[in-house]
Ligand binder design. Structure first.
Ligand code: ATP
Length: 291
């Protein structure tokens, strides 16, 4: 039996630069792993792929991204036995934190390791992009510039373990719908300065990069989910060094000087009743170790 951690990500910057003829959006995103994770356990079985999703409301069948990822590795390596996978879910679902993509990446890594298939991370990334645009990033995680549809990765120096508060409003949003709605207002939105953030990383190790936090998808998600702005205001009133919505939302994160300040801010969000208890976190940036 082996285990893999599937870490959540936040976007420190997210820009959409255009749309490809095949309908996919071209993005430029600064992705960052945070210390919130699901745990996947893998065991060899006689036949078939079975998934125990625990207390999560996710499907346990072929619709689960874990299933798709496990099947991709087993087909590729011509394995004719089975695997039994259990999921201990903590990453909020439909939240903009790449929970499904990270589970899929962990399943690629886990099945590869369990059966000693010997696939490289490059091969896992190639297989992963067929499952979802964020899966290639999730194979290794860390601090990364993702371009193309999210699959062209430039690995950056890891950031220090800055403290942050993370809160997901009770409402969930559909990533597909958010990107579609962006098309309608695309000409009117201001774009984040991704390059300025990358330059700031080179010159400073403190939180000064937070002045370049930006996410073009806030233009779409905030009107659909006003809780995003409400939570940002609570964080701002609590002295955050910078706050932003992650991915297509509606999760909001905010940097703080230390865990005490982040905890105080989370208490205020808790009192607002906007979030479920299990979708409030005080955490840090992290860069996962390779298995
Ligand atoms: P992203 O940040 O990549 O847009 P997200 O956080 O918005 O992702 P997910 O939590 O990955 O969204 O879930 C998106 C959809 O994928 C959900 O509606 C869910 O039903 C489906 N899904 C399938 N398998 C999984 C899984 N293992 N974990 C989470 N969601 C899954």
């Amino acid at each position: 039996m082996i285990t893999e951690r599937a870490y959540a990500k936040i976007n420190l910057s997210l820009d959409v630069t255009g749309k490809r003829p095949d309908g996919y959006h071209e993005v430029r995103m600064v992705m960052q792993t945070v210390d919130i994770y699901d745990t996947l356990t893998f065991e060899k079985a006689e036949a078939g792929i079975t998934i125990d999703v625990g207390r999560s409301p996710l499907p346990a069948d072929g619709d689960n991204l874990i299933y798709k990822a496990a099947k991709a590795v087993m087909d590729r390596c011509g394995l004719n036995c089975g695997v039994s996978i259990s999921l201990d879910k903590h990453i909020p679902i439909a939240a903009g934190m790449a929970g499904g993509s990270s589970d899929a990446a962990a399943a690629l890594r886990g099945v590869n390791r369990l059966f000693e298939c010997g696939l490289s991370n490059d091969e896992l990334r190639e297989m992963g992009v067929k499952i979802g645009a964020d899966v290639p990033y999730c194979v290794e995680g860390g601090t990364v510039l993702a371009e193309g549809i999210g699959e062209k990765l430039t690995f950056l120096s890891p950031l220090p373990e800055h403290v942050l508060a993370v809160a997901k409003p009770k409402r969930g949003v559909s990533t597909g719908n958010i990107y579609k709605s962006l098309d309608e207002i695309f000409d009117t939105v201001a774009h984040p300065d991704v390059d300025a953030m990358l330059n700031e990383f080179k010159t400073s190790k403190d939180l000064s990069f937070t002045k370049y936090l930006g996410n073009v998808l806030e233009y779409v998600t905030v009107p659909l989910c006003p809780e995003v702005d409400k939570i940002k205001k609570i964080f701002m009133g609590s002295g955050t060094g910078g706050t932003l919505m992650s991915g297509s939302g509606p999760t909001v994160f905010a940097f703080f000087e230390d865990k005490e300040k982040a905890q105080e801010a989370i208490e205020k969000v808790r009192e607002s009743g906007l979030c479920r208890e299990e979708e409030l976190f005080v955490t840090t940036l992290t860069s996962p170790k390779k298995p």
